[in-house]
Design a protein around this ligand. Structure first.
Ligand SMILES: *Cc1c(COP(=O)(O)O)cnc(C)c1O
Length: 344
């Protein structure tokens, strides 16, 4: 098999420790995990195996295709499909052990026929997916076997009044619905405190090393590290330009390492002249524009680095988000398409 010049080093202990911290913060509530987008880009199957060993029993994907891609699903674990059951999903849903999260009256009508259990999403203000509270109050859900009744916070990462309003509206509405469990909080919602945990929490980003709010500062460990191989080392002279558009101009002669990573690998153009790699004793700045498959870093401080050596890009999510202007979610889910994943 051909050699991969780009790899994601994935820390299984950090993943499990992050989940355990979120589980503890969830108080008496059970703690699940969102594994949509292939486990936020890290590989959903591996994530499930590790979180299952840590004690996680409830998992969430976006679509039936994602549920199917997980392969045979262990009977003791619950799997919920967040987008529910659309007109083209019934065959896949019939063959799957997963439950749909019903989001609209059309989905409720479609699922009612099956007589099988389901989850339900109610919209308390995000206006993305979910049933209108008025429809719920009017009895739309009567007779359904509901495992988990959910809602989703719109601004849990901010200190805004809408968080409490959504929590109160959800609690009031849930009082009138027969469901085994209630669930509201994502990663940031867990940080808001025990009032937001209800019976089940649904963290995603923080499991994978994202820091959703300051309460998680210093508690959440980095899970994914990005390492690229050096394709070539070169010297440039004063006045030389680097990369497309020549956006970096050397003020004096310096040494570059050209790395096997670019925006097609998820290392986006926002890191042009702003990202950095870790080298012994410090950082090597990205110079010039990130291109599709290659990125230049300045390595005057690392005379020993050369062709074939591995270099770690600085990809600590909160820091990289601040540096690039991208969200921690985009930074994470964009990785991995062309990388080898190596769990440690
Ligand atoms: C993605 C998602 C989550 C997890 O959110 P994070 O912000 O990544 O913790 C929880 N619930 C729903 C409905 C989601 O779509």
């Amino acid at each position: 098999m051909a050699h991969h010049p780009l790899r994601l080093i994935l820390d299984g202990d950090a993943l499990a420790a992050n989940w355990r911290w979120l589980a503890a913060r969830s108080g008496g509530a059970a703690c699940g995990a969102a594994i949509k987008a292939d486990g936020y880009g890290l590989g959903a199957r591996e994530v499930v195996a590790r979180l299952r060993a840590a004690g996680c029993r409830d998992f969430f994907v976006a679509t039936w295709a994602e549920a199917e891609a997980l392969g045979p699903w262990p009977g003791e674990l619950a799997l919920s499909v967040l987008h529910g059951v659309g007109p083209d999903d019934m065959a896949a849903a019939a063959a799957s052990p997963a439950r749909p999260v019903l989001n609209s009256s059309a989905q409720v009508a479609r699922w009612r026929e099956t007589g099988r259990p389901c989850d339900v999403m109610v919209d308390t203000g995000i206006n993305r997916l979910g049933l209108a509270p008025a429809d719920v109050a009017a009895g739309l859900l009567d007779g359904l076997e509901i495992e988990t009744l959910m809602s989703h916070l719109a601004s849990a990462d901010e200190d805004v009044e809408t968080n409490d309003r959504q929590r109160r509206d959800f609690a009031a509405l849930a009082g009138g619905v027969q469901a085994r469990r209630r669930s509201l909080a994502n990663s940031a919602g867990i940080c808001l405190g025990p009032d937001f945990a209800f019976d089940l929490t649904r963290p995603g980003i923080a499991v994978y090393g994202g820091v959703p709010r300051r309460e998680a500062d210093g508690r959440i460990r980095q899970v994914a590290r990005v390492e690229a191989q050096i394709v070539q080392r070169r010297r440039i002279e004063a006045g030389d330009r680097v990369g497309y558009g020549g956006t970096f101009v050397a003020e004096r002669s310096c040494e570059l390492a050209i790395l096997n990573i670019g925006y097609a690998d998820g290392y986006l153009r926002s890191f042009s002249n702003s990202g950095r790699a870790r080298i012994a004793g410090g950082f090597a700045p990205v110079v010039g524009r990130v291109s599709m498959d290659l990125t230049a870093i300045r390595v005057d401080a690392a005379p020993a680095l050369g062709e074939g050596d591995w270099v770690e890009l600085d990809y600590d999510l909160p820091a990289a988000a601040a540096q690039s202007g991208l969200s921690q979610y985009e930074l994470l889910t964009g990785l991995g398409a062309r990388s080898e994943r190596s769990w440690r």
